[in-house]
Design a protein around this ligand. Sequence first.
Ligand code: A3P
Length: 296
Amino acid sequence: MANIFDLGPDFYSVPGEWNHDGRPYGKYVRQDIVEHPEIAKIRSDDCFVVTYPKSGTTWTLEIAHLVMNGGDTSISASTPHVIKTPFMEFKLDGITSLKEASYDGLSIMNKLKPPRLVKSHLPVDLLPQDIYKKGCKIIFVTRNPKDAVVSYYHFYKSISDAFGDYSGDFHDFLKLFMNGKVHYGDWFRYTLDWWKYIQNKTNILCLKYEDMKQDPRGATVKIADFLGYTLDDVTIDKITDQCSSKTMKKNKQVEKEMVRKAIVGDWKNHFTVAENEAFEQIYNEKMEGSGLVFEW
Ligand code: A3P
């Protein structure tokens, strides 16, 4: 690792954070699910949207949920995003942005009628094995890590319920990210493990945030095809419009922190030239031969 990303001894860790297999998790991640994933009861008709944080999870869930409801926007307008598409391993008391006093993704998931659409950031080896054994559909969304770290930085700054009072600047945060010291750990490890797993699997759709931005309608079509829904052009257009960042930003059922700039390339406003060079070097070493290519 180039010196520029070396962490001093006093780097930031969120109060209540804990570790599993070399990765930090927030206090909001249920340790029992990470250690005993089998406690989540999986149905073969469940669909999971799996991502490293800040890769376009909320957006993809919104598209998939509307697809599964034939473009009917009434649930989107009336039900909090995290209730209609639960975040499996997330549990937190006293979330200020939700009306509920506490949130427990797994218990919400248990109450949902099938087919269920579920969010998780867990690494491939920690998701309940029944997801794979039962052939559940999985949408894996990935995003260029320079934009992901920028997005994650702003997220850390904006949600003290989950991340404490992070007072570092972006450059400090980039060091944490490059050392796998942010929640859910090292981006490279997470992404490469998933990427290896998804090869030649017909029950997994891989989407890239940048492609979705480039062709949002195409993303809706891909998700509909993958989930097995035949929708007419008007419905596809309606879903695509409904899921634009502009419209999602106005939806009171989507937590306001989940939609920020929603662009490709915001990293250019954050990285120094030296950070970019050091990042590229590490990126090229780690991703070499993977076949995974991003737009920046
Ligand atoms: P930025 O912080 O770069 O703006 P996640 O849902 O995985 O946490 O990802 C959040 C990122 O997706 C944020 O990126 C957010 O703005 C972006 N995003 C959310 N809704 C979006 C939408 N409808 N279209 C495009 N990007 C969206």
